[in-house]
Design a protein around this ligand. Structure first.
Ligand SMILES: *Cc1c(COP(=O)(O)O)cnc(C)c1O
Length: 541
């Protein structure tokens, strides 16, 4: 830290921060320049390679008192470089292949700054003007991508004051809540004297319709945000029902059908089926067409959670993997995952332009009837102009550019899967369908030991392998050179027992095949010195 100078709160200094930019040689200006010139270089240089323990980091964030005295921006910038930036996660690093959000194209940085500077509020047209038509166009483009309606459809609805073709929001969680909110309100709509759940609430709705409960059915690989949605919408987490998957991590639609019929026989109405198009843990896609058939049979809402995998629609080659998605009543897509947009860019799309009628909300002072205000159809209120960054990426990268990015990611995952299969001490746990796969390190001798073990011994070895995998993953992260994430699955090859695995997402276009080899090499080295291995597994060799 530099010598402590003292800033003072005065009219003059306050005016300054709103009017005068930082001097070109100030700390903040230098940071800005470095970021503009070479973001990855800046991150490489300023994020500490070796992880500092969290309890150490917390020491810099102890005081609950708001500082009385102002501070010079340069001093502040210096502080956050040391305390915050240095201990951030290098998500843009091509050897960090564990996250769903990765590197960003350069142009989004200055554009983000422009967006922040404009500070538009998308809740209503008065505070966003051109941003509202832009956001509606983005939703229209994504709707067209998913549903492919004709030109006259978009001509009629894209900028219609009556409806929205989707809702732009902070992310997949809010998108999923919005989709199920619409499903719930459409199911429990006004009828006769009943004014609808939105007016009279859940209890009156259930009494009116004579349901004992509502249920939402989804694969056991469904994202936890759906559980939150069931909770906030009053459906209850117990009625958010996980259906088993087959060995390929795709939901068993026959089991789903049986469960749905069983529930309905008990007077519990199936409100929605949720298909997952790219599960968070394995990247597999549910049989969407079969699910659409079942939803039709049950006369219920069909939602597809394509938060992560939805971008696949941009590739004509990979798109068939999501066949049936066009039959969904609603679709969640996160632009901040495979569309390379900064975080805070979620979307839910509605097949029927009138879907949003079910959640429409007007408030005289702000969201007037007949206005084109987006806020009358969104759960969130004040919202930033993030759609601008999706718009920018769609324009600058283009459908063809995205196709290349998506196809390359999938090809890289297939390559990595082959690499893993060739190594006798590794094991591929889930085959990549998109650019995501899971694997683990299981030395040949341990595989042999499992083959020869009795049931009790097997359970012991499985438990030890889980602890070992977790230990390796943590040590690799702490060493700071590369990063894979981990999750827990229940694969057949481990007798459906809980199995801790490494998980990689190969979306960063800068990740090379050589880096993937290095990551496996690093893991082999880590395995040799792993304390958990020595303690619990060495004895089986
Ligand atoms: C990431 C993800 C979500 C949640 O999205 P957020 O943007 O984190 O709120 C929901 N579903 C799936 C399948 C996801 O991968």
């Amino acid at each position: 830290m530099g010598p402590k100078r003292c800033a003072v709160a005065s009219d003059e200094t306050l005016m300054r921060i709103f009017t005068v930019p930082e001097a070109p040689d100030s700390t903040l200006s230098k940071i800005e320049l470095e970021i503009s010139n070479n973001l990855v270089g800046f991150l490489n240089e300023n994020i500490a390679a070796i992880e500092k323990p969290l309890h150490e980091v917390e020491k810099d964030f102890q005081s609950a008192a708001i500082p009385e005295q102002p501070m010079f921006v340069s001093d502040y910038a210096q502080d956050i470089m040391e305390q915050l930036v240095a201990h951030s996660v290098h998500t843009a690093s091509p050897s960090f292949i564990g996250h769903m959000t990765s590197a960003l194209p350069h142009f989004v940085l200055p554009l983000s700054k422009l967006m922040v500077g404009l500070n538009q509020n998308l809740v209503k047209i008065e505070t966003s003007k051109a941003f509202t038509p832009l956001e509606r166009q983005v939703l229209g483009m994504m709707h067209h991508l998913a549903y492919g309606a004709d030109e006259s459809f978009y001509g009629k609805w894209m900028h219609s004051a009556k409806t929205s073709l989707g809702a732009f929001c902070s992310g997949g969680t809010v998108a999923n809540i919005t989709a199920l909110w619409i499903a719930r309100n459409r199911l429990l709509q006004p009828q006769g004297d009943f004014k609808g759940i939105n007016s009279q609430g859940l209890v009156a709705a259930m009494m009116h319709y004579g349901y004992k409960g509502l249920a939402v059915l989804v694969s056991e690989r469904g994202h936890y945000s759906l559980g939150k949605a069931a909770d906030v919408l009053g459906i209850g987490r117990d009625n958010f029902i996980a259906i088993k998957t087959s060995d390929d991590n795709k939901v068993d639609v026959q089991a789903m059908r049986e469960k749905a019929l069983e529930l309905e026989a008990q007077g519990i109405k199936v409100m929605a089926l949720v298909g997952v198009a790219g599960t968070t843990e394995t990247g597999n896609i549910d049989p969407l067409s079969d699910m659409a058939d079942l939803a039709q049979e049950l006369n219920c809402h069909f939602h597809v959670d394509a938060a992560w995998g939805g971008a696949t629609l941009l590739s004509a080659n990979a798109r068939p993997l999501l066949a049936g998605i066009e039959r969904a009543d609603s679709i969640t897509i996160d632009a901040h995952k495979q569309m390379y947009v900064p975080m805070g860019a979620g979307m839910v799309l509605f097949k029927d332009p009138h879907a949003t009628d079910a959640i429409e909300h007007h408030a005289e002072y702000i969201l007037r009837k007949g206005s084109k205000d987006l806020g009358s159809h969104t759960l969130e209120g004040s919202r930033p102009g993030m759609a601008m960054l999706v718009h920018a990426c769609l324009r600058v990268i283009g459908r063809q550019g995205y196709e290349m990015l998506i196809d390359k990611g999938i090809a890289k995952a297939k390559y990595f899967a082959e690499l893993i299969k060739q190594e006798e001490d590794f094991e591929l746990v889930s085959e990549p369908e998109l650019c995501l796969l899971t694997y683990r390190y299981v030395p040949k001798a341990i595989k042999q030991a499992i083959a020869n073990a009795n049931e009790d011994e097997k359970i012991d070895i499985y438990a030890a392998l889980n602890r070992f995998t977790a230990s390796m993953q943590k040590r690799q992260r702490e060493a700071g050179r590369s990063f894979v994430s981990r999750t827990r699955l229940t694969p057949v090859q481990y007798d459906n027992q809980p199995t801790v695995v490494f998980r990689v997402v190969l979306a960063n276009p800068l990740t090379s095949e050589a880096m993937l080899k290095e990551i496996l090499d690093e893991q082999k080295q880590l395995a040799k010195t792993d304390p958990i291995f020595k303690k619990y597994l060495a004895k089986y060799i």
